[in-house]
Design a protein around this ligand. Structure first.
Ligand code: HEM
Length: 220
């Protein structure tokens, strides 16, 4: 099958489901799913996928450092993002934050996700599911979608000097394309989880109202 990653025809709304797997956007549309904040990203070409894989061979040797610097830069440029992390929101000194074990392990988790994504460039179903579920978990973390694209920008700024002359406009475009795809899919996951929460909440409120009504009727 194809997807927004390869552009070979997958319905971009495919991953709108949850427990029973993705459902077509047409089905989800009835439930007013906010599919994404923008149009589907441009597909990655085979050449771009290859550029990503080749550059990852170099980058993955440095993942711990890239993960930390990327987040320190994110907090410098967008301090509001730090408030989402309750473990570091009270640490104002970015130098101190750099040494924090929590930030180090968080950076590594994010970089491992990038590593998994690179490994799944040819397994589009799996990649889509992975990013979609990640978006759903970010809804639990209260990390809003408007921040996601900042991560790709910082990632590129950090890895550029590591790759030196191997970094070209084409490599940059390829990584931008991958981050566009990941953030777009994460946003859909986030909105899907948000919507399930709203539905669960409103049926919970309804049930409470109904049981309150019954209790009142019995009391009369
Ligand atoms: C491309 C963008 C991003 C990627 C790929 C990403 C990836 C991840 C990953 C892999 C985890 C580990 C837990 C899990 O697998 O569910 C995680 C956790 C988390 N992320 Fe993100 N993230 C991104 C953007 C953001 C942004 C912008 C924020 C906040 C403004 C954020 C806040 C969090 C929080 C609060 C957690 C849970 C705490 C933790 O694991 O340390 N994420 N993220």
């Amino acid at each position: 099958m194809g997807c927004a990653l390869s552009g070979t025809g997958l319905d971009p709304g495919k991953a709108a489901g949850d427990v029973n797997g993705p459902v077509p956007r047409s089905e989800a549309a009835g439930s007013e799913l906010i599919a994404s904040d923008s149009d589907p990203p441009l597909p990655l070409s085979e050449q771009q996928k290859e550029l990503i894989r080749q550059s990852w061979v170099v980058l993955h040797q440095d993942i711990a450092r890239v993960g930390i610097i990327m987040f320190i830069r994110l907090f410098e440029t967008h301090p509001e993002c730090k408030d989402v992390f309750f473990l570091f929101r009270d640490i104002d000194d970015l130098q101190q934050l750099k040494m924090s074990k929590e930030l180090q392990s968080h950076g590594l988790r994010v970089m491992s996700f990038i590593e998994k994504s690179v490994a799944r460039l040819e397994q589009e179903d799996k990649l889509e599911q992975l990013a979609f579920e990640l978006g759903r978990s970010h809804c639990r973390y209260n990390a809003p979608p408007k921040y996601y694209e900042y991560v790709g920008v910082q990632f590129i700024a950090v890895v550029k000097p590591i790759l030196k002359e191997k970094w070209t406009a084409n490599v940059e475009e390829a990584w931008e394309g991958l981050f566009d795809y990941l953030t777009w899919t994460m946003k859909r996951g986030y909105h899907d989880a948000e919507q399930s929460n709203n539905i669960n909440q409103s049926s919970h409120t309804k049930r409470r109202a109904q049981s309150g009504l019954k209790a009142n009727q019995n009391a009369v």
